[in-house]
Design a protein around this ligand. Sequence first.
Ligand code: AMP
Ligand code: MG
Length: 496
Amino acid sequence: MQEPSIPFRFGNSYAEELPDFYVESDPMTVEAPSLLQFNTPLADELGLGVAELPSQDLALIFSGQKLLAGSRPLAQAYAGHQFGGFSAQLGDGRGLLLGEVAGPDGRRRDIALKGSGRTAFSRGGDGKAAIGPVLREYLIGEAMHCLGIPTTRALAAVATGESVYRENILPGAILTRVASSHIRIGTFQFFASQQRWDQVRQLADYAIERHYPHLSGDEDRYLLFLQAVSEAQAALVANWMLVGFIHGVMNTDNMAISGETIDYGPCAYMEAFSPDVVFSSIDQQGRYAYKNQPQMAQWNLTRFAETLLPLIDEDKPERAVPKVEAILNDFTLHYEKHWLAGAQAKLGLETSGLDIDNDKLLVNDWLKLLEIYSVDYTLAWRRLADAAEGNLEPLEALFPCSEVLADWLERWHERIAKQAAADSASRMRAINPIYIPRNHLVEDALDAATNDANLEPFEKLLAVLSHPFDERPELARYAQPAPENFTGCYKTFCGT
Ligand code: AMP
Ligand code: MG
C-alpha cells in the first residue's frame, strides 16, 4: 500500500508520544473512489508534493486506499459533554488521523480522513459520510478561512462510489481535513473522567509543546495553558459573532484547544439579525443559539479547567480553584475586548484613544436597529461602507424607511468625523464581507452534487467565497439573502 515515488513523508508525534490516546485502525476499502475536489493551494502550502499527481491517484490517497510513506492511521480517543450531558467515550467513530505534516512554514498539521469507515470507537453508525455533509464542511471551512478566521480546512473530497443509508440512500464520500491538531477539550476529559492524571499530564505537555511552546518551560505552565486556550477561544467566538456564524454543536468534543473552528455539522450563517436564532435541528432547547455562543464557550472551558486542576496543584487540586476561576472569569473580558474591537473596525471606527463607552453604545444601538427591522446582518455592515462614502441609498433600502436610521447615522457620522484616519469605506470593505455561505446557496450546491452528480454550483460558490470581500456586480445573486419561504423553515442537520 506504500507509494515510494512521492518524496513526502508523514510524521507521527501524536502516535509516538501519546500511546494511550488512540486505536490504530485501517481505512475501509472503497470500491470506486473518484476525486470530487482537491485543494491545490492548500496542498502546496503544506508542501505535500502531490498536486501534480493524476486525479485517480489523488482519489486513492485521499480515500485511504493508498497510504503515503510514514502514515499510521489511527482513531483518536475522546470524551465530551454533548448538549450538557457527559459521554465518557466518544472518539473518532468515522474519522482517522493519517499522520502529521510539517509544512515549509514549519507549522505541524494533522491530515485526517472523515467518513473512512468504522473504528473501535463507532458504537453505532457505519463510520461513513454522505457527499452533502462532506462538501458542506469543505465549503464552509474554506469560507471561514478566507474570512480570516482560524479553522480546520479541507484538502480533498473523494466520492466512494458507494451508498450510505440515512433517511434516504445517499452517495458516500470521504473528506480529508487539515487541522493544526485534532486535540479537543473532550480529549482531556477522556482520561480526566477516569482520574488517570498521568495521561492527562502527558496530553497537556504534548499540547503545550505543539500549540503554545513558549509556555513549556514555565512552572505555571498548566495554568498558563488554560489561559492561552481560553484567550484563543474567546477570540474565535468573537470572530464568529462578528460574521454571524452559528456553530450549532459547541459540545466539548467539538472545541479544539488550538482555537480553530472544528466540526462543521449543523452550522449556519445568520441572515436577518436575530440573536436568538438557532439553526440546528438537534438543538431543541436553543443551547447553542447565536447569542449563547460566548457563554457556552466559557462553560466548555470550565469543563476543560476541571481536567487541569490536579496538574496545576498536584497535592491539593482544590487549592488551584481560585486561580482557575480568575482565568475563567477573564474569558468574558477577553471576549468583549475582541468583539468590541472587531465591531468598531466593522463600523469604520478607529479603536484607539476615543470614548469606548460611546462606541459600545453606538454598536449596540446599530445591532438593535438590525434586530428590530430584521435586517440582513452581512449586507447591513457592507452597505454601511457605502454610507461612509456618502452613498446612503443601498443601506436605507435594507430598512423599511430612511427615517428609522437617521438618528443613528447622525451619531455615527459625528463619531467618524472625530477621527484622523481617512478612507473608512475601503477599510470597512476589507473586513465586512459581501459574500458569506448563504444557506440557500449552500443547499442548492449540495443538492446538485448529491442528486445530479453536478459539482458546478459547488465550485462556483467555492470560488465566490474564496474572495469574500471583493464585490463583483455579476455575482449579485450570491450576496442576496434567501427567499422568505426558505429561511422560515431552514434547519441544518448533523453531518453524519
Ligand atoms: P460529530 O458529529 O462528528 O461531532 O460526531 C459525534 C460523535 O459521533 C463522534 O464520536 C463520531 O465519531 C460519532 N459518529 C458520527 N457519525 C458517525 C458515523 N457515521 N459512524 C460512526 N460514528 C459516527
Ligand atoms: Mg465532532
